[in-house]
Design a protein around this ligand. Structure first.
Ligand code: GLA
Length: 739
């Protein structure tokens, strides 16, 4: 039984295979949080300290028991107005304008299976893989009831949380904050690890101590954003890749979010995570409900690698859906970096022909095929094929490409409109815009009001006609600006605070319609690269274009940061031309392939324009990907170097779950003359076993590889008489097989 209620102790304990989580109905029916950590038994309320503390108030019904305070006890779902002055998960403005309520435990229910959320992504389970706990808290006088939802996945070591708020009163209430979850840890020195960046530089790893001040991570951009990821880790100050405790929080939501991490005056660390409460004023009329998105939690007592591996399994097997979930993805070629919007049908076919000859399996036609889209100032919103540019219909182009033995895919950006488009000229009110205010432009485009079902439906219908015509095997769904001017022409003024949330639901509905109409479609997410790379999106698309930056060396860092929360198989990664368009850096063709294989693997260049020597490498690269993909996409992933600190080399490896084989990947980031001997310490091999390097025949002891390390391979350069240590940007893949 993963969920156990102990009537006497009034504890509810959630057990996964290796972890436990506990809450307790405390005095005055306050719902207290007593534990989250390695699997443990019994009533943990010995961790609670009931001390009378100055300036920490008490519930009225505690009477003279001044040790009872929501300000000092670890709270399961802290609310503003209860006397808890720390960051709240929940805040409500009552009909009379007063802010605050006092949520108390009412009841709970344990149910088989995993709860689902209407219109929102969730970690899903088949039948008995999960159990659900629902706890009702209420403040009847304030007119609010909160249903705390918990999903327990024993085999995955995952616990999910969400919250459903209902107006159970007679007047309207205004939700001002409704986080998905809050976690209080009564002990420990914690850091928060967060994943920050910018367009073309996503998910660098930041690590900051949590102290007695609030540390805010989040996005106000209407999307999960390039700048911060809705995935954070609380890590013990000593925690490393293989040691120490850490807790990951992954929000299944693709809009504005926040995570507030702080330490209180008595040493309890709190992290509150969920939808961003700025720009969120959500009125609820009597009987109406608001559903907060889901947050997935993983605890690891064995360092960050185990934490990531648990998230990887969760995302791969219980978030991603559809026929592509566990299949090797086709090796694709996308024309964007080869042509931009300056192409003809003939040029595309020419690119496709060589690609097909070299073994590429799918051609993706990117931006520029529709309306008057010849640069990025016009055309968005007009999803009609530019047959003049293509010299044929989309159906004919797709047929020709299929005739070459390849699949065919198409780029779309449904949420956007250019002022210079027929769509905008016909329906200017479909764009988000504040009356009387000139909108902020982004890439010279406006955001369509996806909080309106009729807008979503109209765009869908037009795009679907094209997809029907060309029977697209794949769609890349892009989103290329942040959201501003949040005002919808159809929503009443007092409901404008709902728009951003409703917008995200509209995007999810659009994707769900795509998947329903095209059950075999491979959908790739994108937002100027990885601006909407989150677990919510991955419920609809099993892969997301990881970054617009395809420079192999920058990508090593971007994919490193992404790997903390997301498996390699979700990261769109392609080999592109050099010098790189973003960085002007030149890296070897082989290195670009090694880095792209730590992702979905494909090409983003015109293969007609590479050297004959490189052309010869393409079939070999594709063959290597086919050979290793199972290991790359399903193996246990280990980061062997900290790419944020180690500027010498980046290394990562995948190990088959039973330890029978492994693939070590090394990219040389920097080199110096007469440089010291370098070694890469392996992880996750079977202790005591021996492994053979498939290529060199060399046999290594696993313990030694994990302690002393694998020597950096030596390289034979053409004009050198002996093998030397590699050059800057060289890369290696070492396939180790247990013997
Ligand atoms: C975004 C994407 C790119 C490409 C362009 C097209 O920037 O991330 O891959 O599709 O849009 O405009």
């Amino acid at each position: 039984m993963p969920i156990i209620y102990n009537e006497q102790e009034k504890t509810i304990t959630l057990h996964t295979q290796n972890t436990s989580y506990q809450m307790k109905v405390g005095p005055c029916d306050l719902l207290l949080h007593t534990y989250y950590g390695p699997r443990a038994q019994g009533d943990m309320s010995w961790c609670l300290s009931f001390r009378d503390r100055g300036f920490s108030g008490n519930p009225y019904d505690a009477k003279l028991l001044r040790g009872i305070s929501a300000d000092t006890l670890p709270m399961e779902y802290p609310c503003e107005g209860s006397g808890d002055f720390r960051a709240p998960a929940f805040s409500v403005r009552r009909a009379n304008g007063a802010v605050g309520c006092d949520l108390r435990y009412v009841s709970h229910e344990i149910k088989p299976g995993k709860y689902a959320l209407d219109g929102l992504p969730t970690v899903y389970a088949d039948g008995e893989e999960a159990e659900t706990l629902e706890v009702t808290l209420a403040d009847e006088a304030a007119g609010v009831r909160v249903l705390l939802q918990y999903g327990v996945f024993p085999a995955l070591d995952v616990i999910t949380r969400a919250a459903r708020i209902e107006n159970c009163g007679e007047g309207s209430v205004l939700l001002q904050a409704a986080a998905s979850a809050s976690l209080d840890f009564v002990s420990g020195d914690w850091d928060v690890m967060h994943f920050y960046g910018r367009h073309a530089g996503e998910r660098a790893v930041g690590r900051a101590p949590i102290e007695q001040r609030e540390l805010l991570i989040g996005s106000r951009r209407g999307t999960s954003s390039h700048q911060q990821s809705p995935f954070v880790i609380l890590a013990d100050r000593e925690t490393t890749e293989l040691h120490g405790r850490c807790v990951g929080m992954s929000l299944l939501y693709s809009g504005s979010f926040s995570c507030n991490a702080s330490r209180d005056q008595f040493g309890t660390t709190r992290a509150v995570m969920g939808i961003q409460s700025e720009h969120f004023d959500y009125p609820l009329e009597p009987g109406e409900v608001f559903q907060a998105p889901e947050l997935a939690l993983v605890y690891s007592g064995e360092g960050l690698a185990r934490l990531s591996q648990r998230f990887h399994r969760m995302v791969s097997q219980h978030v991603c859906r559809g026929p592509w979930k566990n299949r090797r993805r086709p090796v694709l070629l996308n024309n964007w970096e080869a042509t931009g919007m300056d192409f003809t049908g003939e040029r595309i076919l020419n690119i496709a022909k060589t690609a097909a000859e070299l073994g590429v399996e799918m051609l993706v036609l990117d931006d520029g095929w529709f309306g008057a889209r010849n640069d990025d100032n016009a055309g968005l919103g007009d999803w009609t094929v530019n047959t003049e540019k293509l010299g044929c219909t989309m159906g004919e182009l797709a047929d020709k490409i299929r005739g070459m033995g390849m699949k065919f895919g198409l780029w779309i950006e449904p949420e956007m409109v250019n002022e210079d488009s027929d769509r905008y000229r016909e329906h200017p009110d479909w764009a988000l815009c504040i009356p009387g205010k000139a909108p902020v432009m982004g890439r010279n485009q406006l955001v369509l009001d996806f909080s309106r079902p009729e807008v979503v439906d109209a765009i869908f219908e037009q795009i679907a006609q094209v997809l029907d015509e060309c029977r697209a095997d794949y769609v890349k769904m892009d989103m290329n600006r942040s959201i501003t001017d949040v005002y919808s022409a159809v929503w009443p003024d007092q409901s404008q605070g709902k728009i951003l949330y409703q917008y995200v639901l509209g995007v999810y509905r659009f994707m769900e319609m795509l998947l329903e109409r095209y059950p075999n479609l491979l959908l790739e997410g994108c937002s100027g690269g990885g601006g909407r790379f989150d677990a919510g999106m991955l419920y609809y698309c099993p892969q997301i274009w990881c970054s617009d930056n395809t420079d192999a060396i920058d990508r090593v860092r971007i994919q490193y940061g992404t790997s903390f929360g997301f498996p390699l198989r979700t990261m769109g990664a392609h080999v592109s031309a050099v010098p790189n368009g973003d960085t002007r850096r030149k890296t070897p063709f082989h290195t670009r392939a090694v880095v792209a294989m730590a992702g979905t693997f494909g090409y983003e260049l015109d293969l007609n324009l590479i050297s004959d020597e490189e052309k010869k490498q393409v079939p070999a690269q594709i063959e290597a990907f086919k050979k290793y993909w199972n290991l790359l996409h399903n193996g246990l992933f280990y980061r062997l170097t900290d790419v944020m600190q180690n500027r010498q080399e980046a290394a990562w490896m995948m190990v088959e779950e039973d330890g029978s084989e492994a693939l070590v990947n090394i990219v040389v980031l920097d080199s110096t003359g007469n440089n010291p001997n370098r070694f890469v310490r392996c992880m996750g091999l079977t202790p005591g076993a021996s492994y053979k390097d498939e290529e060199s025949g060399m046999v290594y002891d696993a313990n030694a590889l994990m302690a002393q390390g694998l020597p950096m391979p030596m390289v034979q350069y053409p004009r050198w008489p002996v093998k030397v240590t590699p050059n800057e940007y060289d890369a290696f893949q070492i396939h180790l097989v247990r013997i």
